[in-house]
Design a protein around this ligand. Structure first.
Ligand code: TMP
Length: 209
């Protein structure tokens, strides 16, 4: 059991959904709530080894294309490393954790996008053994809109270069999981940023107890 009921909160969403500014807002809200800043993580990444894995999945190597199953395993290698060495120790120490992506991304992108749901679910069960965020804010955006925003930020990485249908399937999967799990709150991220942030404030005010 963690001291002081420290919580693990995650932010999820397709590219261009506005995760980065949402992370900053939620970090401030948690800090005000707890009088202590949360530990912020990102996935893949967040430990030295997991950051190396981030490069492996983000940067395309045409001489050795990453197969879908290997991609999936790499995300879980990074995640289990992060959970073991950062997330669980922080929670046990009473420190809240704010995650920029977590397991729901694998369910959506590898499970839905790549069509590997049985594999993802079995690896997820084996690696995470029921560990999950207390609360997830899923920033929902149409892929066309999100990808157009992401393209304005610069060159697209290996995953951002997938075909549109991949992101349409990923979004459907995010929404399907949100419909089944009351710990996943859907935020309409297509709205102007002030309205998105207001939705986040309202959602957290009702759920940070
Ligand atoms: P981002 O953190 O900058 O959004 O980049 C992470 C990319 O990796 C993004 O395209 C989503 C993708 N991803 C997966 O496909 N599966 C996962 O489990 C995670 C964490 C990320």
């Amino acid at each position: 059991m963690s001291k002081n009921n420290a919580k693990f909160i995650t932010i999820e969403g397709l590219e261009g959904a506005g995760k980065s500014s949402a992370v900053e807002l939620v970090k401030q809200i948690i800090t005000d709530h707890c009088h202590q800043a949360p530990i912020c993580t990102r996935e893949p990444g967040g430990t030295p080894l997991a950051e190396k894995i981030r490069d492996l999945v983000k940067i395309a190597d045409d001489s050795d294309p990453l197969c879908d199953e290997a991609e999936c395993l790499l995300f879980y290698a990074a995640r289990t490393q992060l959970i073991s060495n950062v997330i669980k120790p922080a929670l046990a120490n009473g420190t809240w954790v704010l995650g920029d992506r977590h397991n729901l991304s694998s369910l959506a992108y590898q499970g839905g996008g790549r069509g590997l749901m049985p594999l993802v679910k079995s690896i997820s069960d084996a690696c995470l053994q029921g560990f999950k965020p207390d609360l997830t804010l899923y920033l929902d955006i149409e892929p066309q809109l999100g990808l157009a925003r992401a393209a304005k930020r610069g060159a697209l990485d290996r995953i951002e270069q997938q075909e549109l249908d991949f992101f349409i399937r990923a979004r459907e999967t995010f929404l399907a999981f949100a419909a089944e799990d009351s710990s996943i709150l859907v935020i309409d991220a297509s709205k102007p940023i002030e309205q998105v942030h207001e939705q986040i404030r309202v959602a957290l005010a009702a759920n940070l107890v």
